[in-house]
Design a protein around this ligand. Structure first.
Ligand code: HEC
Ligand code: HEC
Ligand code: HEC
Ligand code: HEC
Ligand code: HEC
Length: 167
């Protein structure tokens, strides 16, 4: 029975894999220009702003979240206020619009992932996202394959039950 259940899950998963792989492949590209030329190297690298200062939700939620314009303006009402890209940022603030950041990293729909258990277990963001603090333009450099997830789960004695990641 257990085998049949797993075989069933596997068949259902395989059916959506083609689509999943397709969207993952297109998700790794970062060709278009950002609406505001935000730069992780300048912020998280040179100025050592902690990842969690901007991606606050990662501590308690499934998603890490992208910071609001308000969070940016907390510094940029003053910092570099006369730079052209910061003026663009202020434009969004004045119009009360949010910035349409393109998505870079995602999982196929048949995978369940949450940030908070990993933050609580003190796993560094860089383990899964690479050396973000050196990147002028964010891109996904780690291969977030099932093997990558399961290998660490085995090492850290986290669950490797199929249903933990496929619910
Ligand atoms: C000053 C605020 C700020 C800090 C600090 C910051 N980020 Fe970001 N992060 C952003 C913004 C804005 C975006 C969306 C624009 C982009 O993709 O570059 C983003 C995007 C991302 C993404 C891609 C999200 C997606 O759509 O898939 C990841 C992953 C990420 N950040 C990880 C990190 C890590 C790891 C650190 C620490 C080394 C960090 N960030 C520090 C503001 C910040
Ligand atoms: C904790 C303070 C802080 C926060 C929050 C912050 N920044 Fe910055 N930002 C800086 C500093 C410091 C610089 C470097 C200023 C300089 O070089 O004069 C900078 C530089 C910039 C620049 C100019 C880059 C260049 O040199 O052309 C842009 C654009 C920018 N930030 C966008 C953003 C956006 C968008 C957000 C929100 C997602 C954000 N910043 C959040 C501190 C911050
Ligand atoms: C164990 C691996 C892992 C760790 C550790 C991790 N992430 Fe992620 N992150 C992912 C995966 C997988 C996705 C795609 C999730 C999805 O599409 O459902 C993602 C997506 C994101 C996104 C975009 C979507 C969202 O959740 O808002 C941001 C931003 C992000 N991560 C930031 C961070 C930051 C900051 C840290 C450290 C505090 C971090 N991540 C730690 C694996 C990880
Ligand atoms: C570097 C190690 C590492 C990597 C890589 C990793 N995880 Fe985890 N994961 C953990 C640890 C540690 C926990 C917390 C276990 C605990 O609290 O008992 C965890 C917890 C989880 C949980 C919650 C488990 C529960 O019992 O509810 C899920 C879901 C999860 N991980 C999915 C993933 C997925 C999907 C990936 C790949 C994209 C991934 N993890 C990659 C170490 C990792
Ligand atoms: C720690 C998280 C995790 C666990 C546990 C896990 N998977 Fe996955 N699985 C993933 C991720 C992430 C992907 C998507 C990335 C990929 O295709 O490698 C995936 C993809 C798959 C796929 C799509 C084909 C493939 O290999 O790419 C199948 C089928 C699958 N899993 C079955 C299973 C079965 C059966 C189990 C239990 C024996 C299981 N998974 C346990 C994370 C997990």
């Amino acid at each position: 029975m257990r085998f049949l259940r797993i075989a069933g899950i596997t068949a259902a998963l395989l059916a959506v894999v083609a689509l999943g792989l397709f969207t993952m492949a297109s998700g790794r590209q970062a060709t278009s220009e950002l609406p505001v030329a935000y730069n992780h190297r300048v912020h998280a690298g040179e100025n050592k702003i902690p990842c969690l200062y901007c991606h606050v939700n990662a501590r308690r939620s499934s998603t890490a979240g992208i910071p609001s314009v308000e969070r940016c303006m907390g510094c940029h009402k003053i910092t570099a206020a006369n730079k052209p890209e910061v003026k663009k940022l202020k434009g969004y603030w004045d119009r009360k619009e949010s910035i349409p950041w393109p998505k870079v990293t995602w999982m196929p729909d048949f995978v369940f992932f949450e940030h908070w258990p990993h933050v609580r277990a003190e796993i560094k963001c860089q383990t899964c996202h690479g050396p973000v603090e050196t990147m002028d333009r964010m891109r996904q450099v780690r291969d977030l394959s099932m093997k990558f997830c399961v290998n660490c789960h085995r090492r850290k004695k986290a669950s490797i039950d199929c249903a933990v990641c496929h619910r």
